[in-house]
Design a protein around this ligand. Structure first.
Ligand code: ADP
Ligand code: MG
Length: 360
């Protein structure tokens, strides 16, 4: 099949890399021919690039929840877009996302939509402090967020949103951050990856350990039930990711993404079928692949800002380097390193060797 991707970043790049062995071809729409996926297929950068992509493709998907819903609606008149515009519409707005969690009885932090300073003052008095103010749309890697710790910060927090609609969330005292990736096929098959543990630094994911250690099977099952409910409610086709907080009172869902996710990059070498291949299989009506992890431990380290000592990675037997063809820039995701190990000791040893890639 000819698969069109709205966007040409690293996620599109890795989807294409996983899709060629299945005999698919790829096209991308984007702004410039120097984007990470640009050389992996037809790259449409001209003024009517969406039209060209639509003419090229048998099916279309997207890389980002910030994709314009109107664009997807228009494409859908000619070519199917998966995940559907319903998934996109809900997941691109934190308020709509939280409303769906509530409607489906999925635990999440208390929240309130904020459109004025008065709204914010009222919400703080109801939710309490600390709390996090987040832009309702377009936030990623911790951008567009303000942690309010005292009443004195309310006005500053409001001003930092620059008039954008926002959402105030109660601060969750979590033990760990986890995520779950699932995929639903056109044949209504559902598959789930194991829960993984994520460590963030300054809002950016730095390390994923897969599977997350010491997870009770009941907890895995609960997370799968949450995501299954979401997949079915949105009639979602493709990969869906939920980010979770592990707390003393069980799991809480933080947010979701209608796409392959940074916390699933480990699956390229660490699972029988990667998240990228499964997304492509799902949207192209192929049977879903097995999601079982192939090693007792996998880890994914993001390469952020600077490339660092990548030669060292290439010399390690159990490490795999994935670069995205991007130039160095502060806070930019340039690539990642996947590690596979069959014991905690081997994992710790490998992580030790790659300390330079992790924040201190
Ligand atoms: N309600 C909350 N309580 C505590 N920490 C939070 C809360 N919401 C977000 N965070 C922290 O901020 C990080 C980024 O927030 P998130 O909502 O995931 O936004 P983004 O879209 O930037 O990933 C989370 O991974 C978590 O570490
Ligand atoms: Mg997040």
């Amino acid at each position: 099949m000819k698969i069109g991707i709205l966007g040409a970043g690293q996620l599109g790049r890795m989807m294409a890399i996983s899709g060629y062995p299945l005999n698919h071809q790829f096209g991308f729409s984007g702004n410039s021919s120097s984007e990470p996926a640009a050389l992996l297929g037809h790259m449409f950068t001209q003024e009517n690039n969406i039209e060209y992509l639509t003419n090229f493709a048998d099916v279309i998907t997207y890389e980002s929840e910030n994709t314009d819903v109107e664009v997807v609606k228009k494409i859908n008149k000619n070519v199917r877009v998966y995940p559907s515009e319903k998934s996109l519409f809900i997941t691109q707005h934190r308020g709509r996302e939280k409303a769906l969690f509530e409607q489906l009885n999925i635990p999440c932090a208390p929240y309130q939509i904020i459109n004025s300073l008065a709204d914010l003052k009222q919400a703080v008095s109801k939710i309490g402090l600390p709390a996090i103010l987040k832009t309702a749309t377009e936030g990623y890697d911790g951008k567009g967020q303000f942690v309010i710790r005292s009443d004195a910060q309310i006005e500053e927090a409001f001003a930092s949103m620059n008039g954008a609609e926002s959402i105030l969330e109660g601060f969750v005292n979590f033990k760990r951050e986890l995520s779950l990736i699932a995929v639903r096929g056109l044949d209504n098959d559902h598959k789930y990856y194991p829960l993984v543990e994520n460590t963030h630094h300054q809002g950016i994911l730095r390390l994923t350990i897969a599977p997350a250690q010491a997870i009770d099977p009941e907890v895995q099952k609960t997370a799968e039930q949450y995501i299954q409910t979401l997949l079915d409610a949105m009639d979602h086709i493709g990969v869906l990711t939920i980010e979770l907080f592990e707390t003393d009172n069980g799991l809480m869902v933080n947010e979701m993404a209608p796409r392959v996710h940074n916390s699933g990059h480990w699956s390229i070498e660490g699972a029988n079928t990667s998240q990228f291949e499964n997304h492509i299989r799902a949207i192209s009506n192929m049977p879903l692949g097995d999601t079982t992890s192939t090693h007792a431990f996998s880890a994914m380290i993001n390469i952020i800002g600077k490339l660092g000592p990548i030669e060292r990675v290439l010399k390690m037997p159990n490490a795999h380097l994935h670069l995205y063809d991007k130039t160095e820039r502060a806070k930019r995701k340039l690539g990642h390193i996947n590690i596979t190990a069959n014991s905690q000791k081997a994992l710790d040893f490998s992580l030790q060797q790659l300390q330079d890639f992790l924040p201190q």
